[in-house]
Design a protein. Structure first.
Length: 418
């Protein structure tokens, strides 16, 4: 479970910004928050981020994806002389030269962990991991490149720490190196970040990335098909057909790649059943389904898997090719303690103001991004603004009371004659 994350000097984000998934003291919709044994704060199952185009909404999600990717890949995929490929804030020459900061708090097996690091173009300048098994902080390790000693290991972190320290490059994370070298305690943290997150950060996400395994799972297939029925897509069933790979189907290179990935000479073809006028079930090819249906399908598999396995989903532009009522239904699944027993979470960006209806999202689940005069993104929740539960949030947002909307000015000037 993700409790919070913060970032500075990444893409359009200059000063430190953070997303908090701890619920505020709001009294409305108490059933929507998640209670965790041993944790005083209640946790939000979903957060929606609003803002004008190019205000930095997507960069907030990209920041966590970058942090996770560096954690998972920096040791195995990095090189001794490659430095660190980061994207700092580029509109201020002074900030451009400064390091980037990433940190988060997560809950793993009812224990809170605080992990973070500071990087520049060449090296990891700082890295740390703290555990809170009984509300008291345990320092598992702390790394500071310009201090002596560079690494400090707490007494609660067992294992071959010094051996792994010697294997850790300046441009790789110690947590990444530790997992690659089978450190028992730290591999557990690594696996959490590896297995409990799903990202769809490209609104034009190809349906080719949909895992047919979602529909191989009997229970999940039932959930997906029932949702599609309720969404009036016309789909009443799905089936997976296996067929031999033919070179004529794809380029030779793509054919070989697919065969190697699948480990066989077969590929799976997914078809969805519709009821014909005569009552017969007709299975159509994916190309015959609507774009909105395909976009919905790319979300349903990961969503139901998240609900089953307590995962965290990051979705950029939730409303792409999807009706507002379907977005509302997806959020209701996350917010309901009946369907979300394990504490799955969703962090998404959207322009869909229909989600402001007051019955689905609490005020602390609504966040905004806005750029200042320097072009830097600022991130803040609706609870930072004085509002009442009875206010019309959609109207207030569109009228600019909360910020996060584009300023268009008078467009008539575009058509003015000399």
């Amino acid at each position: 479970m993700l409790l919070r994350f913060g970032v500075s000097n990444y893409r359009s984000i200059s000063d430190y910004q953070e997303v908090l998934l701890a619920a505020s003291s709001l009294k409305e919709h108490q059933a929507q928050v998640i209670s965790v044994k041993g944790l005083e704060a209640k946790i939000l199952p979903a957060i929606g981020i609003y803002g004008a185009n190019a205000s930095g909404k997507s960069n907030v999600l990209q920041a966590f994806a970058f942090m996770r990717r560096l954690l998972l890949k920096s040791h195995a995929n990095g090189s001794a002389t490659g430095g660190i490929a980061r994207t700092p804030f580029q509109l201020d020459p002074e900030v451009l030269k400064q390091p980037s900061h990433f940190d988060c708090d997560v809950l793993i097996d009812n224990v809170r962990y605080h992990y973070g690091f500071v990087i520049d173009d060449d090296r990891v300048r700082e890295e740390w991991l703290y555990a809170y098994p009984s509300k008291h902080r345990q320092v598992w390790f702390h790394r500071q490149y310009n201090e002596e000693p560079t690494f400090y290991f707490g007494k609660c972190l067992k294992g071959k720490n010094k051996t792994i320290k010697a294997l850790t490059r300046d441009n790789s994370l110690f947590l990444s190196a530790a997992a690659q070298n089978n450190h028992q305690q730290l591999s557990k943290i690594y696996r959490y970040f590896e297995e409990h997150y799903f990202f769809r950060l490209n609104a034009e996400h190809s349906f080719e990335h949909f895992e047919t395994s979602y529909l191989d799972n009997g229970m999940m297939k039932t959930q997906i098909i029932e949702f599609l029925k309720g969404a009036d897509t016309g789909i009443i069933d799905a089936r997976i057909e296996k067929r031999e790979i033919a070179v004529t189907d794809k380029s030779i290179i793509e054919t070989i790649r697919t065969a190697l990935e699948k480990g066989s000479s077969e590929i799976n073809t997914l078809r969805f059943g519709h009821q014909s006028i005569g009552g017969k079930e007709i299975f159509l090819k994916l190309g015959d389904e609507s774009r909105g249906t395909l976009q919905l399908l790319t979300l349903l598999g990961p969503l139901f898997e998240a609900l089953d396995h307590s995962k965290v989903i990051f979705i950029d532009e939730l409303d792409t090719s999807m009706h507002s009522l379907l977005s509302l239904q997806l959020l209701k699944l996350l917010n309901s303690p009946i369907s979300n027993k394990g504490g799955a979470q969703l962090i998404f960006t959207t322009h869909d103001t229909n989600l402001f209806d007051g019955t689905v999202l609490r005020r602390d689940q609504i966040w905004f991004t806005e750029k200042d005069k320097k072009g830097a993104t600022h991130l803040y929740p609706l609870t930072d603004i004085r509002t009442r539960p009875t206010d019309n949030f959609e109207t207030g947002y569109l009228q600019g009371h909360f910020g996060g909307i584009p300023f268009l000015g008078g467009l008539e000037v575009l058509f003015a004659q000399d």
